[in-house]
Design a protein around this ligand. Structure first.
Ligand SMILES: Cc1cc2nc3c(=O)[nH]c(=O)nc-3n(C[C@H](O)[C@H](O)[C@H](O)COP(=O)(O)O)c2cc1C
Length: 465
């Protein structure tokens, strides 16, 4: 039940006169919050809306690399009003068959308003600022990932590599605070792992807290630790004490199982809030307290998730990946969902008859094969993306979208970095979505989205072998 491996020192007492880094008007205070962790693949927009529905106080988007966002166009999807950042995928110099923009980040300007934190993967103050300016008008905060242990992140100097180059991490945070946080009036924060020696963690946290950040999350594992190893919480009281004395909100992450568990940890370790990853990935109704009924049955969660996916026009590959996490492997319907080739076939398999018509339209919009094509394909042994012409209704909807997107002329105000914190009106919100790794045009490339995959990798995915 997420108990620490070592017994903790008691939570230190914090003087009531402790300072507080002011929370900017467009930012959000992490104090008292139980939040959804940043998760590549598992933290796309439908998953975040699901977590919010079940009571997550704040949601982190999946880590998005600075270079991946820079060069994106920002537009509003006219069918669902979501904000989408998209770009032509970089393809390692290879000819791209049809230069179709791919959505890098998608967000809901209404339901995520004031509750979405954009997490950036970066190793450069300049690139971080450039990317930060593009998204700042649409989010309540920007968080720097200083914990991803994967080579594709650390080899670029990003993620956990930043724990070994504190000067660079400090310069990134300082630049973001000054050039993005202040003009846009949002908070800047950082997510770290603990270091082996508590003294080194103490020195690092002390330096980070002096950069002007409003929040710090500590994943209570060291960089080499595997996700299945229990989180170590014995450094937490010390980290909490430093943050509190500097007026920086502190969130604890690592083996937090539910809202109630998060609150218990806050009491026990003196932290301001807690962040949940794996347990939310499996069933985000963990954000409901026991008083609210606690965990919901998987079927209710899948139903809610499917509705959000249809509403967001989520990429089918990503939806299928998450369904694989949400539906217990022993359930009969697991195999049918796993073999589904479209929203329609999946809704049919799950018995969501009332969603079939919406599923058919979304399949058409995102280019999934229709039921006729699938039947045809079955006979011919093919399973390709739909080549069929879109129906007049869908064509009309898509033309409207093109026209509206054209209004941004490929250089939206967000994209040219000209918006300020004052411009955060309706329709000025961004969309959030880093591409899932299996959907990324060129994952090892600079435009790739990295993740703290040490946490994800060993969670074997039946859908992905
Ligand atoms: C599927 C998956 C994707 C993740 N992606 C990110 C990420 O984009 N950025 C990040 O800082 N951490 C990422 N992590 C790490 C989590 O945010 C979290 O720190 C870690 O899983 C520990 O929390 P837990 O014990 O609740 O799982 C990811 C974890 C998982 C399981």
């Amino acid at each position: 039940m997420g108990s620490p491996t070592k017994s903790p020192s008691p939570a230190p007492s914090i003087p009531s006169t402790a300072p507080r880094v002011p929370i900017p008007p467009n930012g959000v205070d992490y104090r008292g919050k139980i939040v959804l962790a940043p998760m590549v693949r598992s933290g796309e927009l439908p998953s975040r809306l699901l977590a919010l529905k079940y009571g997550a106080d704040l949601v982190w988007g999946p880590e998005t690399i600075d270079k991946s966002l820079i060069g994106c166009n920002r537009h509003i999807n006219p069918r669902n009003s979501m904000v989408e950042f998209s770009r032509i995928p970089s393809n390692g110099g290879r000819q791209i068959e049809a230069a179709k923009e791919s959505i890098i980040y998608r967000l809901d300007p209404q339901r995520e308003k004031g509750r979405l934190i954009f997490q950036i993967g970066t190793a450069s103050p300049d690139l971080a600022v450039q990317a930060g300016k593009m998204i700042a008008g649409d989010v309540a905060g920007i968080d720097v990932n200083a914990g991803c242990p994967k080579p594709f992140s650390t080899s670029g100097g990003m993620g956990a590599a930043l724990l070994q180059t504190p000067d660079r991490l400090v310069s990134i945070l300082t630049a973001l605070v000054k050039e993005v946080g202040t003009p846009f009036q949002i908070g800047i924060s950082v997510k770290i792992r603990i270091l082996d020696e508590p003294e080194r963690t103490r020195d690092l946290v002390t330096r980070l807290c002096a950069t002007g950040i409003t929040g710090l999350t500590v994943h209570c594992r060291t960089t080499p630790m595997r996700p299945r190893e229990r989180a170590i919480r014995d450094q937490l009281p010390m980290i909490a004490s430093i943050c509190k004395n500097a007026g920086v909100a502190i969130l604890a992450n690592g083996d937090v199982e539910s809202r109630d568990h998060g609150h218990a940890l806050m009491k026990e370790y003196g932290v301001d809030g807690a962040m949940i990853a794996t347990c939310a990935e499996a069933n985000s109704s963990c954000f409901r307290s026991a008083e609210q009924g606690g965990l919901l049955p998987w079927r209710d969660v899948v139903r809610d998730y499917m509705e959000f996916c249809l509403e967001c026009e989520n990429k089918w590959g990503n939806t299928k990946y998450l369904l694989n996490q949400l539906i217990p492997g022993k359930e009969k319907v697991f195999q049918s969902a796993k073999q589904s080739k479209s929203y329609w076939t999946c809704c049919k398999a799950l018995g969501f008859e009332d969603l079939l018509e919406r599923a058919r339209i979304v399949d058409e919009v995102i280019g999934r094969p229709s039921i006729e094509e699938l039947e045809e394909g079955q006979q011919q042994g093919v399973n390709k993306k739909s080549k069929k012409n879109k129906s007049p209704a869908v064509q009309k909807a898509m033309l409207t979208e093109t026209a509206k997107a054209a209004g941004t002329n490929g250089s939206s105000s967000a994209a040219n970095g000209s918006r300020t914190g004052k411009d955060r009106g309706v329709g000025s919100k961004t969309g959030n979505n880093s591409p899932a790794l299996d959907e990324m045009p060129n994952p090892p490339d600079a435009a790739a989205v990295s993740m703290d995959m040490a946490a994800a990798a060993p969670v074997a995915s039946p859908l992905h072998g």
